[in-house]
Design a protein around this ligand. Structure first.
Ligand SMILES: *Cc1c(COP(=O)(O)O)cnc(C)c1O
Length: 406
């Protein structure tokens, strides 16, 4: 019965071009990657899909630190943080992350999590009990949505970046505890939340501003300090979640906030308490990543990435002007996330497949990850791409556009 029911639903998803397929990478995360799909042999692809924005996932300083961390601290942590799994490597990383965030959150304390998903599942349920209200952008990442749903708070969602609606919701809310929750860089669109205006609203209505900087940490702001630094914000009302598996190139996440908030998370947040601490070697490698982010190497990588983003946008604009009937559009993004919005699910898959035949790997993103009717290619750039790589992608899209035109 269950199997029949699931098989029927799987067939329905396939008919709507919603089946998701994994590819298996046979080489480290990099623009040139050997990947295999469904039992086929691995082939060399030029990839535009990782969130490894600075090309640190395979940086020699980080792989060396991971190996050294394993030698010093072993392979596993052995227990959760509150039992016996909290190591010197975790403690040191938390101190470094607290210092990293101190210019933006006075007296910040930082808490390391195994993943960003878990950090977001920890936050809202721990801070927003029954009677509290959470205000959330409609395009927030799934993990923020799930965290809000898991909490006992009332959830109010506002249209993407619509601060007029947000203010109306805040002004008519009589909860004692109010949490505004937002992506800093929206993960499928690449655009930025207006954090200064949102912080002003938080101050005006005595709310807290939770910022998920999964796509800003390491790339935005001087030294890659993230979106709060980019906007020059500083407030005790900020609760910051940064992830360490994207631009930082390793794994895990952290929450930085007022020390009382962090102590409350340590005492009560179930996704923090009831899970084995990440291997200390991971934390050791993240510490090495922070050094690279703040170094001249990091600065050069961010500058090169910005150059590639501008180049891609210029070239795609020319291409779309030449083929208006395709109905493609770019998002209002100046980050490494550059979605090419196609609209129809099947059309996005056809385009992704046409690129794949040319050895270009750009994933099609469909509902429910993005709103219905906005299926897209989610192009992500990395500092490890070359100008030539970007031009190859543009050429591949031009070839596909010609084919689809007839
Ligand atoms: C990737 C992502 C997360 C989850 O972080 P992981 O460390 O990958 O679990 C959370 N929020 C946003 C906006 C993300 O893009």
């Amino acid at each position: 019965m269950l199997i029949e029911h699931l098989n029927r639903q799987l067939r329905e998803r396939a008919e709507q071009a919603l089946t998701r397929n994994r590819r298996t990478a046979a080489s480290p995360c990099a623009p040139q990657q050997r990947v295999a799909r469904d039992g086929q042999p691995a082939r060399e692809m030029l990839a535009f899909c990782s969130n490894d924005y600075l090309g640190l996932a395979n940086h020699p300083a980080l792989t060396a630190a991971l190996a050294e961390g394993a030698q010093r601290f072993g392979a596993g942590s052995g227990a959760s943080h509150l039992v016996s799994g909290h190591s010197l490597a975790h403690a040191r990383l938390e101190a470094e992350l607290a210092a990293w965030m101190a210019p933006n959150i006075p007296n910040a304390r930082a808490l390391y999590f195994c993943t960003g998903y878990m950090a977001n599942m920890a936050l809202a349920p721990a801070l927003a009990a029954q009677g509290a209200t959470i205000f959330a952008d409609r395009l927030n990442h799934a993990s923020l949505v799930d965290g809000a749903l898991l909490s006992k708070a009332t959830l109010q969602r506002y249209a993407h970046r619509n601060l007029v609606v947000l203010e109306r919701q805040l002004s008519s809310c009589d909860s004692a505890i109010k949490l505004i929750v937002t992506d800093a860089v929206f993960s499928m669109d690449g655009d930025l939340a207006d954090l200064p205006a949102m912080l002003a609203l938080a101050e005006k209505y005595d709310a807290w501003l939770v910022v998920d900087d999964a796509h800003g940490f390491g790339v935005l702001g001087a030294q890659g300090r993230g979106s709060l630094a980019q906007f020059g914000l500083c407030s005790e009302r900020l609760i910051y979640m940064g992830t360490l598996g994207k631009a930082a190139g390793v794994a895990g996440a952290f929450i930085a906030a007022h020390p009382t908030i962090v102590e409350w998370l340590v005492q009560t947040a179930r996704p923090y308490i009831y899970t084995t601490a990440a291997p200390p070697a991971i934390a050791h490698a993240v510490s090495a990543s922070l050094l690279v982010l703040a170094s001249e190497d990091g600065t050069q990588r961010r500058a090169h990435l910005a150059h590639l983003v501008a180049l891609l946008r210029r070239q795609l604009t020319l291409l779309m002007d030449a083929h208006p009937s395709l109905g493609w559009s770019l998002a209002d993004s100046h980050t490494a996330i550059q979605p090419l919005i196609v609209g129809d699910n099947a059309a996005a898959l056809v385009l992704s497949a046409a690129l794949e035949r040319q050895g270009l790997w750009v994933p099609a993103i469909r509902p429910p990850t993005v709103p219905v009717g906005t299926a897209r290619l989610r192009i992500t750039l990395s500092a490890s791409h070359s100008v030539h790589d970007v031009l190859r992608l543009v050429h591949g899209l031009a070839m596909a556009a010609q084919d689809m035109h007839v």
